[in-house]
Design a binder for this molecule. Structure first.
Ligand SMILES: O=C(O)CCC(=O)C(=O)O
Ligand SMILES: [Fe+2]
Length: 419
């Protein structure tokens, strides 16, 4: 009998943050959480993330209860939904093999982990919470507060969640380190060549070496309205870069003069909403990379005078054999424009002398790494957001990684700051 099966419930890692800010009830995930049935034993968190978190494709996950067959609770359903299907008539055998490989790996590793790792109160003798309200957080959502926001709770509230054995970054994250990479040498060229044959996909090739393509009418009006709706994202914040790792394996925020934008992250509303899911799924099928490997969608807002100086999206490539390198580096940027900009605000690739003007609903895509070796950064795809001279620019990043970023992020293994 699966621990988590049936009565699918959407939960959300952002809820804890929101509830602290007093807005839990307006939150999709939290509302759903409040409708839940009786609480499950909290020590099940350790089992939960091994079994089901691996099926999630971002911020939210589904917990199902009361039905046999826990595999339905996450991985399998999500794998199919976001799987590399569709795109009739397009070769996809390699992608499917890769997906099958990922799933086989998950099953093997998770079975082994479940047998090996002790969980329950005994693991918590010398372990303290780092936040005094942890017991209260853990009790929230009818006792499922730990499952609701694992990235934060596993670590900061380890005592209250009985996850002391998972506080250590290596213990928590090791099963993700050797998951198959999302790209093999040679895949990038095949993927871009294949795009021309995807039925119904309008694609303009702006550059072939390196690849930069534009999808002139990628987003539908429904998607744009949805993405521009304030309910689909967290609060706007001043953009920061990621700095050095702290003692908990999280990166510190660094503010730099090279960047003046506001950013916000996709919340449960956009991750779990059918429109958001369909969008991710469409992009995943174009790229032939599973959503396990993506970052949450990032919204960008530039007012007049705002910009992002030349940079590379895969700036921080770490060593191949670095045991802490779970999500690895960014391999693709899928960049979407949500509005027209009156003046300025183009995306410019200085080494290619190429500038793309924002157009409502259009998208551009480029790889950050070389076709022959996904571990080698392609510096020719450095780019910048030119200053907005008049009007406002609203756009979105969807970055794809060589390692399973979505899974890593979900359980605090991506190095992202604790939220
Ligand atoms: O806004 C743009 O045109 C590009 C933004 C960008 O490069 C980034 O957010 O990494
Ligand atoms: Fe960028």
């Amino acid at each position: 009998m699966g621990l988590l099966g049936g009565n699918s419930v959407t939960m959300c890692r952002w809820s804890l943050v929101s509830s602290r800010a007093g807005s839990a009830r307006s939150h999709f995930g939290s509302r759903a959480a409040l409708r839940r049935g009786p609480s499950a034993a909290r020590w099940t968190l350790a089992q939960f993330w091994r079994k089901d978190a691996v099926g999630t494709a971002g911020a939210c996950h589904e917990l199902g209860r009361g039905r046999a067959g826990g595999r339905r609770g996450g991985r399998d359903v999500r794998g199919r939904r976001h799987g590399l299907r569709g795109a009739a008539g397009v070769p996809r055998v390699r992608a499917q093999l890769r997906l099958a490989e990922v799933h086989r790996h998950e099953q093997r590793e998770h079975r082994a982990d479940l047998a090996r790792v002790p969980h329950g109160p005994d693991g918590c003798r010398n372990c303290k919470d780092r936040e005094e309200r942890c017991p209260q957080f853990a009790r929230a959502y009818q006792g499922l507060g730990c499952e609701d926001n694992p990235s934060y709770m596993i670590d900061v509230c380890a005592h209250s969640c009985n996850t002391c054995h998972l506080k250590d970054f290596a213990a928590r994250c090791k099963h993700l380190v050797d998951m198959p990479e999302s790209l093999e040498p040679g895949t990038i060229n095949q993927t871009f060549q294949r795009m021309r044959s995807i039925k119904g996909l309008d694609v303009e090739i702006l550059s072939e070496d390196p690849w930069i393509v534009k999808f002139p009418k990628f987003l539908t009006d429904e998607e744009i309205d949805f993405l521009k709706d304030a309910n689909t994202r967290g609060p706007w914040e001043e953009a920061s870069d990621t700095g050095a790792l702290d003692e908990h394996g999280r990166r510190k925020k660094v503010f730099s003069s090279g960047r003046k934008t506001d950013v916000a992250w996709c919340n449960c509303q956009c991750q779990e909403h059918p429109v958001g899911k369909r969008l991710v799924s469409r992009i995943s099928e174009i790229l032939r990379v599973h959503p396990h490997y993506m970052e949450s969608m990032q919204f960008l807002r530039y007012g007049k005078g705002m910009y992002y100086r030349a940079h590379h999206d895969a700036a921080a490539v770490r060593r191949r054999d670095d045991p802490g390198n779970v999500n690895k580096h960014r391999i693709y940027t899928f960049f979407m424009y949500l509005n027209d900009v009156t003046k300025g605000g183009g995306t410019r690739f200085p080494s290619l002398d190429l500038e793309i003007q924002p157009e409502r609903g259009s998208a551009i895509l480029w790889p950050s790494v070389h076709n022959h070796d996904p571990w080698e950064v392609d510096h020719r795809t450095r780019h910048e957001a030119l200053e907005v001279e008049d009007g406002e620019k609203l756009s979105m990043n969807l970055w794809w990684h060589l390692g399973p970023h979505a899974l890593a992020h979900y359980i605090g293994c991506s190095g992202a700051p604790i939220r």
